[in-house]
Design a protein around this ligand. Sequence first.
Ligand code: TYD
Length: 228
Amino acid sequence: MWQRGPMRSRGSFIVFEGGEGAGKSTQVKLLAAALRSDGLDVVTTREPGGSPVGERIRDLLLDPATGSLHPRAEALLFAAARADHVATLIEPGLARGAVVICDRFVDSSLAYQGVARHLGLDEVARLSSFATNGLTPDLTIVLDVDPVAGLERARRSAAADRIESEELNFHRQVRQAFIDLSAADPDRYLVVPASSGIGETAEAIAGRVSELVGHAGGPRIGAAEVGS
Ligand code: TYD
């Protein structure tokens, strides 16, 4: 396995996680706009998907017509999409110093396949680490939503996909898994309750991200070179 040396991942990798209808896509857009207005190079992307092959695997995974899939096959398809996405989009973005913002990543596999599909966290963590070649987010933002409210909201905007259609108890386990993952590594997580409004949530996220991006020192588009 490669070592993550100083030549890799010079940018910042920020992931949004949460259950259905948590409002991730709104917050991804707001954060990206704020960082771009500060002159940062920002890439926004999502999982499953994010690359042409990843998007094709996404269609297969989310289409209700796919029907039931063995949990191991499901986990492998998410991992295959992720491996392609990391290699073709995320790592190149990080290598050039961009802030890469991804809607869902490995923690979704841990929560949905590892916990709710009962494959086990260790097995799914191993599979995920193979897929990502060890890449982990610098910061994960968990938008915590009660599944009853989240599912209702998600179903207002689109028909339920194959995974969203799972029973309420499945989604309750997913929610708890995100909370447990964040509690185990609080320095690398920010949990924001969905009861906060859109603006308040965006502010909390921007505050935390500015600490990270400040430390990471990503390049600013068009920023004047400062002579030494
Ligand atoms: P999507 O429409 O992106 O959901 P949302 O808008 O809530 O983010 O669909 C992604 C679905 O796939 C969602 O139900 C979560 C699930 N998923 C997994 O089960 N495992 C994974 O590794 C990923 C990335 C997503």
